[in-house]
Design a protein around this ligand. Structure first.
Ligand SMILES: Cc1cc2nc3c(=O)[nH]c(=O)nc-3n(C[C@H](O)[C@H](O)[C@H](O)COP(=O)(O)OP(=O)(O)OC[C@H]3O[C@@H](n4cnc5c(N)ncnc54)[C@H](O)[C@@H]3O)c2cc1C
Length: 338
């Protein structure tokens, strides 16, 4: 039977980062990816400043921005900083870059290879059993590994977006509670296009209805959706644990995306790194680093119960909009998101 030190399910940012580090440390690593191409993923590609430490070269970014625009029914504020506060990246570009680094370090990435079942000793992929010493579940928000571990997933959102072939300059957040309730609409600009999208917790909203609301919001704002590609998929933010014996869950599979902003690239890469480090160094205390990641996630998600209350929502959004007119408010906002 084929056997590897580490088998990683999924070649998203979480799986590739873990593979890159493990292979760099001399481990025999196999990454199994169900798709034919590594990288493309339904994602707005927004990267916050905390990603600066992840070593993604700046020339890979589509755009960098030092301001964003905040819309409410009666506010249109441009919030400006004297530094870059975020970037956008094309997920295909990020995937190609990370794949190369991983393969250069000696890991094997096998595409068109869906893992269909898992046991405590081996995974089954394309009808073949593959044995592992360690297994990393980096297989996104509908994770086969998470299912195998029998973990519940109650906090899961659906993100939807249009890719519009027009240029725009601003990153935009629109908090219009009368239309979108507790959710917001984003616009993320790329070199020659932008994404406009929104999200909602599954089970709380009628999803086709939400899409219609997004369509009519775009129409009202003069955004022409003719020819724009519509995409949607899930985001898991229900963290239930990281290490289960010799099995690790990372990124969206672990529910490490941030529940309010929907940001997940950062925690995917960081958790991939932590899993790799835990396998390489038996004395490494992964709890400290996972707790750091969870601290920011939980801080951001602490706003969710308030947003779910209809009478508090407008007051909170109003408070944020007013706060952003002050320097202190802008700094707090940045800390909260980035
Ligand atoms: C609409 C939308 C917008 C978003 N915008 C942003 C944003 O602006 N910024 C941000 O930081 N995050 C954003 N996110 C979240 C972000 O996309 C994810 O958090 C991130 O991709 C998680 O990375 P990952 O490596 O954990 O999982 P993924 O990127 O999902 O990678 C998982 C990989 O596993 C593979 N796979 C799955 N099952 C199997 C299997 N059984 N066998 C083999 N392979 C398998 C998949 O094909 C995939 O390649 C957005 C999400 C959505 C839905």
């Amino acid at each position: 039977m084929e056997k590897h030190d580490v088998v990683i399910v999924g070649a998203g940012p979480a799986g590739l980062k873990a593979a890159e580090i493990l292979a760099g440390a001399g481990k025999d690593v196999l990454v199994l990816e169900k798709n034919e191409i590594v990288g493309p993923k339904v994602c707005a590609g927004g990267i916050s400043t905390k990603c600066k430490n992840l070593g993604i070269p700046k020339n890979l970014f589509e755009r960098s921005f030092d301001s964003f625009r905040l819309l409410r029914s009666h506010h249109d504020i441009v919030v400006k900083y004297n530094k870059s506060v975020g970037y956008t990246i094309d997920r295909a570009v990020l995937g190609t870059y990370m794949r190369k680094r991983t393969e250069d370090n000696g890991a094997t990435i096998r595409t068109s290879s869906r893992v269909t079942s898992i046991t405590k000793d081996y995974v089954v992929c394309c009808g073949k059993k593959i044995k592992y010493n360690y297994l990393i579940g980096a297989d996104g928000s509908i994770s086969t590994l998470r299912k195998y571990l029998n973990l519940p997933t109650n906090k899961i959102g659906i993100g939807m977006q249009y890719l519009v072939n027009q240029e725009t300059d601003y990153v935009m957040g629109c908090f219009d509670h009368k239309i979108f309730g507790s959710e917001y609409v984003w616009i993320f600009p790329y070199k020659k296009s932008f994404s406009v999208g929104t999200s909602a917790k599954l089970g709380t909203k009628n999803i086709p209805e939400l899409r219609k609301k997004l369509d009519s919001w775009c129409k009202k704002r003069g955004i022409d959706l003719k020819g724009a590609e519509f995409q949607a998929t899930t985001i898991n933010y229900d963290y239930q644990g990281f290490k289960f014996g010799n099995i690790f869950l990372v990124g969206d599979a672990a529910g490490l995306a941030f529940g309010f902003s929907g940001e997940g690239i950062y925690s995917a890469i960081v958790s991939g790194k932590i899993a790799a480090q835990s396998i390489i160094d038996k004395n490494y205390d992964y709890n400290k680093d996972i707790s750091k990641l969870l601290k920011h996630k939980r801080l951001q998600e602490s706003i969710l119960p308030f947003l779910e209350q209809e009478h508090i929502r407008p007051i909170l959004f109003e408070f944020i909009a007013l706060g952003l007119r002050t320097r202190l408010g802008r700094e707090i906002f940045l800390k909260f998101f980035a």
